[in-house]
Write a protein that binds this ligand. Structure first.
Ligand code: ADP
Ligand code: MG
Length: 390
């Protein structure tokens, strides 16, 4: 299948630029299994890669020109964006080209000699659904340039550079999870990542072999205030860490949570944020232990606990996400939770294979009855990270 995709993307590249590409690469979107809003608290996350990928056909240039095209963007002109690598500067681009251009900028900033490129992109990662289409785009470009220019950078280093591109060049204050997932995930595994020191471990997560499936339910809503709310949560977590005298909430041990909450006194808002982050880190560790012990079904209730914590303590769920979780659990799911930033986006549902159809129907009917936009439901098979296709 990937050969056909690579061939089609290479063919379009040839139409656009007049000669075939030097190579074709792919990088996936991701779902976070557990570990939500822990990344900016130096904590643990556990994403796995989706079968959906951003694919890039790329050739080097030595004349300082960067040409960019996406099959998925209809800008009216339908054309190729042409930039000069020497002119790339943060804040100069508010469009989609900021993602790939930001990667070139970050590589050059770090001292890597990238003298231009022709790039054609095509992605099956739905944009803005909380599945990290942006990191897929960045990592596929970074990996292609790493290979073509012989930079010798490792996956985690590409992730760091892409995070910098998104933070500084695009101007989005994202953590390190999405880029690391796109770069480093392996098929049949989830990635246990310590966002403090970037140490990582591949955790076996082969659901089909155990008669289970993980569904993603994209609610297709994004409530408008979500970015402001993200900033507030981040600031609240920082305040909590400062009040407790630690570098980050990661440093509050689960065993010492009650004591920490007591020390926070009557600042109910901060207490709730701290409780979520500290218990969420513990849930990630519990999921790792369960999966390593081969007890996959037992992670279901831990996922659901995570949802309750995000809903009641972190307060970033919404009507649509709660409806997915409640309906799925009532229809026999092993566990379910919202995933991603909150206030819309996607939820995940762990189910026995035999229950998938009933469950999917139940969720769709619940949305129809509530008069909500029909959600997109698909199976998330833990898939490979970034790689060269051709
Ligand atoms: P997410 O990463 O959760 O999908 P983001 O807002 O971080 O959402 O990134 C979405 C943005 O990434 C889009 O608005 C667009 O600018 C860019 N993007 C994603 N996929 C593509 C694509 N195939 N072609 C061009 N731009 C894309
Ligand atoms: Mg993103």
């Amino acid at each position: 299948m990937s050969e056909a995709v690579a061939g089609a993307v290479a063919e379009r590249f040839t139409q656009l630029y007049g000669a075939g590409p030097e190579g074709v690469w792919a990088a996936p979107g991701r779902v976070n299994l557990i570990g939500e809003h822990t990344d900016y608290n130096d904590g643990f996350v556990m994403p796995f890669a989706l079968p959906h990928t951003a694919v890039a056909a790329v050739s080097r240039r030595d004349d300082g020109v960067l040409r960019l095209h996406s099959a998925d963007v209809d800008d009216g002109a339908g054309g190729v964006a042409e930039l000069r690598v020497a002119d790339l500067a943060p804040g100069t681009d508010r469009g989609w080209t900021a993602y790939p251009a930001g990667v070139v900028w970050a590589l050059r900033e770090a001292g890597h000699e990238v003298t231009g490129a022709d790039i054609h992109l095509a992605s099956t990662v739905p944009a803005g659904a909380g599945l990290s289409s942006s990191a897929a785009l960045e990592i596929v470009v970074a990996l292609a340039l790493n290979d073509l220019y012989g930079l010798g950078l490792r996956g985690w280093q590409l992730a760091r550079l892409c995070q910098r591109a998104e933070n500084v060049y695009v101007g989005a204050p994202v953590g390190i999870m999405d880029q690391t997932a796109a770069a480093c995930c392996e098929a049949g595994h989830a990635l246990f990542l310590d966002t403090r020191d970037l140490s990582q471990r591949q955790i076996p997560f082969d659901l089909a072999a155990e008669g289970m499936r993980l569904l993603v339910v994209d609610t297709r809503v994004k409530h408008a205030h979500s970015e402001g709310e993200y900033g507030k949560r981040r600031a609240g977590c920082e305040k909590g860490a400062a009040l407790l005298g630690v570098d980050a909430l990661r440093d509050v041990p689960y065993a010492g949570l009650d004591e920490a909450l007591e020390r926070l006194g009557d600042d109910e808002e901060v207490r709730r944020l701290v409780r979520h982050v500290v218990t969420e880190d513990e849930r990630v560790e519990r999921v790792v232990s369960l999966l390593e012990a081969g007890d996959t079904a037992a992670i279901g209730p831990v996922l659901t606990e995570g949802h309750v914590s995000l809903r009641d303590d972190f307060r970033i769920s919404c009507r649509e996400l709660d409806l997915v979780v409640d309906t799925a659990l009532a229809a026999g799911a092993l566990g379910a939770r919202m995933t991603g930033g909150g206030f819309g986006g996607s939820a995940i549902v762990l189910a026995r294979t035999a229950d998938v159809d009933t469950l999917t129907k139940a969720v769709q009917e619940a949305f129809a009855q509530a008069g909500l936009t029909a959600p997109r439901v698909f199976e998330a098979v833990p898939s490979a990270g970034a790689r060269r296709l051709a």
